[in-house]
Design a protein around this ligand. Structure first.
Ligand code: MF3
Ligand code: CO
Ligand code: CO
Length: 266
């Protein structure tokens, strides 16, 4: 299946949805502190999305084939949890690191972004993994331009992760996004430059590398959603939704609180 090309009007709606997703991540940041539970973070985000933004939280009751409906409005993945963590009674403690993944629907279009948060002061290994994963996402984003290929993105990410001694999760990938939460193409976070679909202006997709401090193997918990590292090593993830433009790329999931891109040298 080919990728969906968005026209100018659709791109405008994607920009709005992207900004709103990023603004939820801004909103929740000061609440991420020792003593709060992931369920409380979910409830705060849900109220903000529905009550303040007028957005629909896309994860709530999302049920791709083979999955039971996701029961909450955001994903919270703590420490060795890789992705799709279900918010609940778990109380955050100093030194935890977590990913919060927000997908909103506004005016029929999706915006999808996630960030890492430190609970109190992180250990140096956690900080290095989180920062390297952020660089991996941006190395992927910076490959985006018309005529580039998906494998260019995957190789850039994989090289940077493995040079740091880390591994790339293979089972989950970035994805086209628009009227649908997940659409063509699949954006792998590993691979070979010069392979895969060629990018064209108007494509919108996510880049969301999951990088493990240890081995790449993962396992799904009995809740049917939460993914953890098999070796219990720490895992990190960052996600942006990007648009392919005539001149390169535009990051759609931006807001005042979004961390700045890293220096071009890293
Ligand atoms: N937001 C995730 C992604 O980046 C998907 C979460 S699906 C859910 O693709 F059901 F767990 F919310
Ligand atoms: Co995504
Ligand atoms: Co996401």
């Amino acid at each position: 299946m080919p990728a969906v090309i968005k026209n100018a009007e659709e791109v405008g709606k994607m920009r709005i949805a992207g900004r709103l997703a990023s603004e939820v991540l801004d909103y929740i940041a000061p609440h991420v502190r020792p003593g709060i539970s992931t369920g409380e973070l979910n409830d705060l985000c849900h109220a903000y999305m529905v009550g303040v933004q007028g957005t629909v939280p896309a994860p709530l009751n999302y049920a791709p084939p083979g999955y039971k409906p996701f029961p909450k409005s955001i994903c919270t993945s703590v420490n060795h949890q890789v992705c799709h963590g279900i918010p609940g009674d778990r109380v955050l403690k100093p030194g935890d690191v977590l990913n919060i993944d927000i997908t909103v629907i506004k005016d029929g279009f999706h915006g999808d972004s996630s960030r890492m948060y430190y609970v109190g002061e992180p250990g140096i290994q956690a900080r290095r993994l989180v920062e390297t994963t952020y660089q991996c996402m941006w190395r992927g984003i910076r490959m985006v331009r018309p005529g580039a290929q998906l494998g260019d993105i995957g190789e850039a990410i994989q090289r940077h992760a493995e040079a740091a001694g880390y591994s790339v999760v293979r089972e989950f990938c970035g994805h086209g996004i628009g009227r649908k939460f997940h659409e063509e193409p699949q954006v792998l976070h590993y691979g070979r430059a010069g392979t895969g679909m060629r990018l064209e202006p108007g494509m919108t997709f996510t880049i969301e590398p999951m990088i493990n401090a240890g081995k790449s193997a993962i396992r799904e918990l009995a809740d049917g959603w939460t993914i953890v590292t098999k070796d219990h090593s720490l895992s990190a993830q960052w996600e942006h939704t990007v648009l392919v433009t005539e001149g390169g790329y535009e990051v759609l999931t931006v807001s005042d609180g979004a961390p700045p891109p890293p220096a071009a040298s890293v």
